[in-house]
Ligand binder design. Structure first.
Ligand code: PLP
Length: 487
């Protein structure tokens, strides 16, 4: 039987139950329809649930327990950098002076906020080795699109119009080809070598006077940092193209290496990955974009600029700007969180975060590699990819393993991505997790590998402990029922 705590709040409702009582009116009781035109008033009773305070508290507390978040445990989704978002970020973003300003306020009224945008941009430019940043893009993919428009504007201004191709390795994030296509480019896909690197000879053969540029996800979706990254940038530059660095995986290299020093012209951040800030549920995030000095004339307007007298203003006077990419100035509240994180960590802290993130991924890889198939058996960067169970128990799929992980009280890794690895399971523990957490998580995974040998049916039935068992994945995505009608 369904417990009272699994019911909708409408089903818990009992006529006449109330949470609290309003005091008696001590002003004149003006009839509503003298204040609001009659035709705008509801004609039927609205079916609000009638519940007590304790019903409401239990309902929402139980609902929140059906969710899983970073404040509960490890969230090892590869390619997502699900790190803990320190609470001080939230405190800073809710300060009155940041949370309650209006986008139409004059520059003089919001000097502190403009200064924050400028200083945060300066810090991000420094970390990536770029000259100037825009904080406008709303997410990583949006940053890519903005960055590719900078590259397009550069070629167009020079009248170099036959460059219509962007080169993208097959170990790139899926948003890279989507971005290039949206910007109107044709895509040349490069196959990776068996070590997960860009095939430099194939790259040389694919460039020409029609190359607008290249987008490199680095470290790539195999968790590998390309060994020939400088040479790659040089090959593209020699052909007259520009190089774009997908920096969503910067958590692997912060404070260690800078895309700008590797020769890249444009880079985007995923601050909702690398620099904490909330992540999930579709946003909001932010995807600031940095570029080298020769591209700054194309940055989206307005650009926050500092004057000689140490005041700040929103500069709209960039005639070659690609225009606006987001209303107002982007997701300001997220940038406040980003800056709070950067300041609390400091340069050494950010570097240490990357070191521990890489260490944690390699530690987890070492704990699991006797039990799960490791397609690229080498030191990895910030994430590690397995290809199902070791020992060819082919009836057990990655999906079965991922579902069983839920029963053990953990979030599943990314599955079936990257596409170039069969039965992929991609773990990115991040620096947030302690050795003890990783040990316990690995022990759960090893237990699953043993269950697969002993009693594969458990894995086929999993998950057993979740409110929803195994929905038909296609039907759940394509035919979602979001309206529930109680019997
Ligand atoms: C997450 C990710 C993106 C896309 O970022 P969104 O904020 O989800 O748009 C792009 N590239 C890589 C490598 C990523 O991991």
């Amino acid at each position: 039987m369904q417990s009272n705590y699994d019911k909708l709040i409408f089903e818990v409702s009992q006529p006449g139950r109330v949470g609290y009582k309003l005091p008696d009116l001590d002003v004149e009781d003006t009839a509503l329809d003298t204040l609001i035109p009659a035709d705008l008033l509801a004609t039927e009773e609205i079916d609000f649930p009638e519940v007590t305070e304790v019903d409401v508290i239990r309902h929402f507390t139980n609902l929140s327990h059906k969710n899983y978040g970073l404040d509960q445990g490890i969230y090892p989704l590869g390619s997502c950098t699900m790190k803990y978002n320190p609470k001080i970020n939230e405190d800073m973003a809710s300060l009155d002076g940041f949370a309650n300003i209006h986008p139409f306020q004059d520059d003089e009224d919001i000097q502190g906020s403009l200064r924050l945008l400028w200083e945060c941009g300066g810090a991000l430019a420094e970390i990536a080795g770029m000259d100037e940043m825009t904080m406008q893009p709303a997410a990583g993919a949006h940053g890519e699109y903005t960055g590719i428009l900078l590259i397009k504007a550069y070629h167009e201004k020079r009248g170099d119009t036959k460059r219509d191709k962007i080169i993208i390795p097959d170990a790139a994030h899926g948003t890279n080809p989507a971005t290039a296509a949206m910007a109107g480019y044709k895509i040349i896909e490069l196959k990776s070598t068996k070590d997960g690197m860009v095939d430099v000879e194939a790259l040389r053969a694919s460039v020409g006077d029609d190359t607008a540029g290249m987008m490199l996800t680095n470290p790539n979706t195999l968790g590998m940092s390309d060994e020939n990254v400088k040479e790659i940038a040089e090959i593209i530059h020699e052909a007259g193209g520009l190089v774009y660095y997908d920096g969503a995986n910067l958590n692997a290299i912060m404070g260690k290496a800078r895309p700008g020093d590797m020769g890249f012209d444009v880079v985007h951040y995923n601050v909702h990955k690398t620099l904490s800030t909330p992540h999930g549920g579709g946003g909001p995030g932010a995807g600031p974009v940095g570029c080298k000095a020769f591209l700054t004339e194309f940055l989206p307007i307005p650009v926050v600029t500092k004057k000689d007298d140490d005041t700040y203003f929103l500069d709209y006077d960039r005639p070659n700007s690609i225009g606006k990419v987001k209303d107002f100035y982007g997701h300001f509240g997220i940038i406040v969180r980003t800056y709070a994180y950067v300041l609390t960590m400091g340069g050494d802290g950010l570097k240490r975060a990357s070191e521990v993130a890489v260490l944690n991924a390699n530690y987890l890889q070492a704990l699991l590699k006797d039990h799960y198939k490791l397609p690229l058996d080498r030191i990895t960067k910030h994430e590690t990819i397995f290809s199902g169970l070791k020992g060819g128990l082919s009836e057990i799929t990655t999906l079965d393993i991922a579902k069983r992980i839920l029963d053990k009280g953990y979030h599943a890794p990314t599955v079936y991505f990257p596409l170039i690895i069969n039965e992929a399971m991609m773990f990115e523990p991040t620096e947030t997790e302690s050795k003890e957490t990783l040990d316990a998580f690995a022990a759960a995974l090893i237990e699953i590998a043993e269950e697969a040998k002993r009693d594969p049916e458990i894995l086929k039935q999993a998950p057993c402990n979740t409110p929803v068992r195994r929905p038909d994945e296609t039907k759940a995505a394509k035919d979602t029922i979001v309206v529930y009608k109680p019997e």
